[in-house]
Design a protein around this ligand. Structure first.
Ligand code: NDP
Ligand code: GDR
Length: 344
């Protein structure tokens, strides 16, 4: 039986990847961090928490001895390192913690692999945030990096140390440079889910107005469920490598706002500029979106659009879900949850 270790089981990707691996017959060890009240709402939504092949284990990413014990104890042959301080905005307020968790966390696992068994395969969750101030359009595996946040810089360290361990110790270390991927399991602090949850609340009369920061930012958004499949494919390949996963389509946050309201049968019109820009419900004349500079970042990533041509050619991976379908899925799920009083 195949055994996999997934760090960050309580996160969006951890939940979907665990679901996929269980479907494929793996025994999955999913790690979570110790807190006074751990929240497993995502694996509960996917109804996999009670699967006998899923084991939840406490693990601190910054503790190398724990990583060594974890690998010895689980016998994992594939390690997917998804745990991270993953919110770009917070990384400006907590840069050191972000470096230790998001950057050094990957090194601890690679060191543990080197010590315990260098044939264990390793997946590192790299990110399009490493492209930051983009040097080419679209971005692919050969595009130079220019991260724009402490998060992006920490991820760049983890990316390069994965490549370094591949080259130095022949470890099967893959780095997936994934562009933004969303789902009904996305955290509410990220812009798409913040929008779909707020749209649902506005539709149900529970909220008047959604507040956002930079709505000119452009992102290449895909569906998380499609992307975890790409992670698995990378670790099944003949050679360890670096792959971009993306949809090759980019839209502004403003476009996503309009799309989400449309999915809830609300038509909106935008007017004004900069911090004075608003969106108004054309049927009622009510303001449903406004700008709050509190959500602006010290440095912004303006435009991301990726080419996943290499992943398609070598892994046979391609994004399957359109942004319209993804957005509708998220709005419908947030409408259901808000009707039921769900608050995650
Ligand atoms: P989430 O924020 O949903 O999940 C992050 C996970 O990391 C959670 O399980 C979280 O635990 C855990 N974590 C956070 N801090 C710590 C810590 N100090 N110690 C241990 N665990 C911790 O992220 P996603 O699922 O969206 O992303 C998965 C990975 O992929 C992340 O590394 C992210 O940076 C990266 N990535 C994500 C992209 C995306 O668009 N989603 C794109 C590219 C890369 P808890 O639940 O307790 O907070
Ligand atoms: P991002 O995602 O920073 O791309 O990182 P996020 O959804 O947080 O922001 C996307 C863009 O929207 C703009 N924005 C807002 N963002 C948030 N969160 N809240 C707002 O109110 C708001 N208003 C405008 C942001 O400025 C930004 O330009 C995500 C994370 O999942 C990372 O872990 C991952 O590596 C990258 O995607 C790829």
């Amino acid at each position: 039986m195949k055994i996999a270790l997934v760090t960050g089981i309580s996160g969006q990707d951890g939940a979907y990847l665990a679901e996929l691996l269980l479907e494929k017959g793996y025994t999955v060890y999913g790690t979570y961090r110790r807190t006074s009240s751990v929240n497993f709402w995502r694996i509960d939504e996917l109804a996999i928490r009670s699967n006998p092949n899923l084991h939840l284990v406490e693990y601190d990413l910054t503790d190398l001895p724990s990583a060594i014990r974890l690998l010895k104890h689980t016998g994992a042959r594939e390690v997917y390192n998804l745990a991270a301080q993953s919110f770009v905005g917070v990384s400006f307020d907590q840069p050191v913690a972000t470096a230790e968790i998001t950057g050094i966390g990957a090194l601890n696992l690679l060191e543990a692999i080197r010590i315990v068994d260098p044939t264990i395969r390793f997946y590192q969750a790299s990110t399009s945030e490493m492209f930051g101030k983009v040097q080419a359009i679209p971005q692919d595996e050969s595009t130079p990096f220019w991260p724009r946040s402490p998060y992006g810089v920490a991820k760049l360290y983890a990316h390069w140390i994965t490549i370094n361990y591949r080259e130095s110790y022949d470890i099967f270390g893959c780095s997936g440079i994934l562009f933004n991927h969303e789902s009904p399991l996305r955290g509410q602090e990220f812009v798409t889910r913040k929008i779909t949850d707020s749209v649902a609340k506005i539709k149900l009369g529970k909220l008047d107005c959604l507040e956002l920061g930079n709505i000119d930012a452009k992102r290449d958004w895909g569906f998380a469920k499609d992307y975890v499949e790409g992670m698995w494919l990378m670790l099944q390949a003949d050679q360890p490598d670096t792959f971009v996963l993306a949809t090759n389509r980019t839209e502004t946050v403003r476009d996503f706002v309009a799309m989400a309201f449309k999915a809830a049968d609300i038509e909106v019109a935008f007017s004004g500029e900069g911090v004075d820009e608003v969106a108004v419900d054309t049927a009622t004349g009510k303001k449903v979106m406004a700008i709050n500079p509190r959500f602006h970042r010290p440095a912004e990533v303006d435009l991301l659009i990726g080419s996943a041509a290499k992943a398609e050619q070598i892994l046979g991976w391609k994004a399957k879900t359109s942004l319209e379908d993804l957005c509708r899925l998220m709005v419908e799920s947030d409408l259901r949850r808000n009707q039921a009083g769900f608050s995650f």
